[in-house]
Design a protein around this ligand. Structure first.
Ligand code: SF4
Ligand code: SF4
Length: 416
């Protein structure tokens, strides 16, 4: 088997002679019948962006002068409960906390850890309340500058095999898979997954994506700690960690669902093409990747199967908002359901937009233009066409982070 080493690839990068492709560039060449040979590709940068519920932050920050309280019992950041400890930091006026990306504010279940961490990174002020063991309440406002250490740990990131969901029942079903209850009678489909861009999809045997290898997490260099929780050969995922303070808030944040606020992340992983087996695994295309479609109620047995070409090909990654078609409804449904709060006061903020497609599918007056596609399925012996109404993965962010990683490799800011 033809082989090359990481050292040889790094030497080519040093010499400015390495051939580095993003997964999107590489797949485009495959689809055009123009794929580079093993000798013509050194690294492919893969990426994924989606709701990753297992994300938590470990934070340490100063909340008061030393000596004000002995031990924190309860800690709330903008009303979002965090777990005090494990280190108690007695009398120091600082607290260690673990904050779950999926924890909800006690005042608003649509606001949670994901939104809070993004706001902190954006430099916004956050209200903190500590209830101490001796019965004192300490309140203060902090910014990122008051945080002495902040590390993200994702217990289940970069998931590979997903299931898409539809609702064949009569009643709507509320879930984490859409910001609104999913209406019945097969009226819509919701799915996750970046298809052939996904890191694990491009390295199914984990030849290079394994414990200790590097990843770019929301723009910060991080490390793969090993398999994620509930990872299996059929449905692998990764445990990854990186420094929150070095992240770019564009790549992560909160995501509203029918069960309250969730958190999304973007992860890019380089695949050095060390041998022909690794090269051959990179040839996977969207149409090769099965996506089972299941009943949102119960979520177990697939009703039928589709693939990622049906989900992404020919569809738009972002909506266009036509203000002239907006009739200024008394209560704007889009503002209510937009998972990332990208639509407010009749303004679309594309820096916050996730490309989920909900606005185009739910605006009562058709003020949003965005093709999200539909899928032909055979369910219980009947041929049906179901519109794709919600995407919980964002290929645009996945592409952007893969491109950033490619540039970092070329500039030697990220070393294999
Ligand atoms: S639902 Fe559509 S038409 Fe109504 S206010 Fe919102 S964007 Fe405008
Ligand atoms: S696609 Fe529409 S609903 Fe989805 S995040 Fe963007 S603006 Fe919000």
């Amino acid at each position: 088997m033809t082989e090359r080493s990481i050292g040889q690839i790094n030497q080519k990068i040093d010499d400015g002679e390495a051939n580095i492709y993003t997964a999107e560039e590489f797949k485009k060449l495959i689809k055009e019948g123009n794929v580079p040979s093993f000798d013509e590709v050194d690294v492919v940068t893969t990426g994924t962006c989606g709701v990753m519920s297992g994300t938590a932050a470990i934070l340490n920050f100063i909340i008061s002068e030393p000596g004000e309280f002995i031990r924190a019992n309860e800690v709330y950041l903008n009303g979002v409960p965090a777990f005090a400890g494990p280190c108690p930091n007695e009398w120091l006026g600082s607290v260690d906390v673990i904050l779950h990306g999926t924890s909800h504010s006690i005042y608003d279940e649509n606001y949670g850890g994901g939104f809070l961490l993004k706001e902190l990174l954006e430099g916004k002020e956050v209200d903190v309340r500590v209830e101490s063991a001796e019965g004192k309440t300490i309140e203060n406002t902090i910014t990122m500058n008051d945080i002495t250490r902040a590390q993200i740990v994702g217990s289940r990131m970069a998931f590979k095999n997903y299931t898409a969901f539809t609702n064949p029942n009569n009643e709507p079903v509320s879930s984490i898979f859409a910001a609104t209850p999913l209406e019945g009678n097969l009226s819509g489909l919701t799915f996750s997954g970046c298809g052939d861009l996904n890191p694990l999809q491009n390295d199914i045997p984990h030849n290079v994506i394994k414990e200790g290898s590097k990843a770019l997490v929301n723009g910060a260099q991080g490390y793969i700690l090993g398999d994620g929780t509930r990872s299996s050969a059929e449905k692998p995922n990764l445990m990854i960690s990186a420094d929150l303070t070095k992240m770019d808030p564009y790549y992560f944040g909160g995501f509203k669902t029918g069960q309250g606020g969730e958190i999304f992340n973007t992860v890019a992983i380089p695949i050095p093409v060390l041998n022909e087996e690794i090269y051959n695994n990179l040839l996977v295309k969207d149409e090769d990747i099965d996506l089972p479609v299941a009943d949102i109620k119960g979520r177990h047995l697939p009703l039928d199967n589709t693939n990622y070409k049906e989900m992404w090909q020919g569809n738009d990654l972002r909506p266009k908002f036509d203000k002239t078609k907006c009739s200024n409804c008394d209560s704007c449904l889009v503002e209510e359901i937009c998972p990332t709060n990208a639509f407010k006061d009749e303004r679309l903020n594309l820096a916050y937009c996730f490309g989920c497609g909900m606005c185009a599918n739910f605006c009562r007056k058709g003020a949003f233009e965005m093709k999200t596609g539909d899928v032909d399925l055979n369910i219980n012996g009947e041929n049906v066409t179901i519109p794709i109404i919600c995407r919980q993965s964002d290929r645009l962010r996945a592409n952007k982070l893969s491109l950033k990683l490619k540039k970092m490799l070329e500039n030697k800011e990220f070393i294999l």
